[in-house]
Design a protein around this ligand. Structure first.
Ligand SMILES: N[C@@H](CCC(=O)N[C@@H](CS)C(=O)NCC(=O)O)C(=O)O
Length: 101
């Protein structure tokens, strides 16, 4: 029981440590794919949906060196990349460190 409690605390802390932002749009399969990986990794993330917040498009473009497609993913304001990049980094075993987990 205590072990389970300790595990819960660890998981909660783990979630708090990451500060991930993902820019998305509705009806975007790449966005769903990217978010699925983040959910699988149990990281908390902030989603900015450009259909709901079109004014955030400029911000996304500036932060990602001009990228115009979604998703675009950031960890503590550090640019990670798009969905393909997220999966590429994961396959290389480099993603967890970038996500701060
Ligand atoms: N290779 C990109 C593909 C992303 C992509 O094609 N996203 C589509 C939406 S699913 C997009 O942004 N299209 C342009 C637009 O909606 O303005 C990735 O891995 O994220």
């Amino acid at each position: 029981m205590q072990f389970m409690l300790a595990l819960d605390v660890l998981l909660i802390n783990k979630q708090k440590m990451s500060d991930i932002t993902i820019y998305t749009k509705d009806y975007c399969p790449f966005c769903i794919k990217a978010k699925s990986l983040l959910v699988l990794k149990k990281v908390k993330f902030t989603e900015i949906n450009l259909h709901q917040h079109p004014e955030k498009f400029e911000e996304m473009m500036k932060k990602s060196n001009g990228a115009q497609t979604v998703p675009q993913i950031f960890s503590s304001e550090k640019y990670i990349g798009d969905c393909d990049k997220l999966y590429e980094l994961n396959a290389q075993g480099k993603l967890d460190q970038l996500l701060g987990i």
